[in-house]
Design a protein around this ligand. Sequence first.
Ligand code: NAD
Length: 368
Amino acid sequence: MANPSLLILPGDGIGPEVMAEVRKVIDWIGANRGTTFDVSEDLVGGAAFDAHGAPLSDETMAKAQAVDAVLLGAVGGPKYDDLDFSLKPERGLLRLRKEMDLFSNLRPAQCFDALADFSSLKRDVVSGLDIMIVRELTSGSYFGEPRGIFEEGNQRVGINTHRYTESEIERVARSAFELAMRRDSKVCSMEKANVMEAGILWREVVTEVAKDYPSVDVSHMYADNGAMQLVRAPKQFDVILTDNLFGDILSDCAAMLTGSLGMLPSASLGAPMDNGRPKALYEPVHGSAPDIAGQGKANPCACILSLAMALRYSFDMGDDATLVERAVEKVLADGVRTADLMQADGESPVSTSDMGDAVVAALNALAA
Ligand code: NAD
């Protein structure tokens, strides 16, 4: 059988730095866990623009469509700020999401015990937190037509359309319920059915889909209450299912419960491929961090944890995914910190590369 295939797109800024550490983990898995990946690497974002004059070439797009999973670092940087909108680095990422039709965005918010004091909330509110936000990514307010700024009488009017079809709701709902079955079997769906017709339809379709997953406990919440509950008592949730607009806000809110941007992975999943696994793009939540790029200061954990998500959702390697997550947890518990995770003056941070080495050492220790 062919090796599982992975396309790596390091991108810009700290992207290549954190991806170098992910490579160490991939190599460790190959040497110690019996799975060798066919890894290819290509350009995206500003790096692709510099080489090809476009933020994602057609060849790279075709490769992304052909592999089992794509792992992306980050795109963007001040050098590209004045480029035409269509050539900006972010357009490369948007093209990947659009052409791969990645409709289900998974954003975990997990609070590692060693970092619980980084949260703006009290330790007991966030310690042990492990929730997953499933956000619809390809429809809703950000894509609905009509959209634009129009003249109306003697003034302008800005219009966006919050539009969802039943099938768009159904497919993302299914992905949330499937996910919940691998977790604590709870889905809380969030919309504004009290004031929006699209919210009423959302609730009806989710209720219908839930019938196919009798072992999953489903609940519904208005999204504004959801935001409040996330801050009041986030541990009541397991999987939160929501649309594009509310998901954008709620996932950022949930992410910050856990502390640093350098720790947050994500996955964007599409329809199943011939092998039954979803099309998938994994990436850290953070950007290219131009303020620290090239200085060996970046925290590679978000990207390493994105690889762990790929192992779990694209390669059916749940045990290996858990091992990688435990290795990151161990490193943090041992007090190894990149600069973004420092709290007190006088502590000395480790470099990006040292952090990657520490994760590999922890993998060795845990697997021994
Ligand atoms: P950013 O996430 O790059 O950085 C925000 C802050 O967090 C910075 O101070 C940065 O140093 C810090 N930070 C981020 N990741 C870190 C890590 N792994 N380790 C330690 N510190 C980290 O967001 P920004 O500054 O708003 O954007 C910078 C560029 O990245 C822009 O061009 C933006 O468009 C782009 N961007 C790309 C993505 C993506 O590729 N998915 C996401 C967000 C922003």
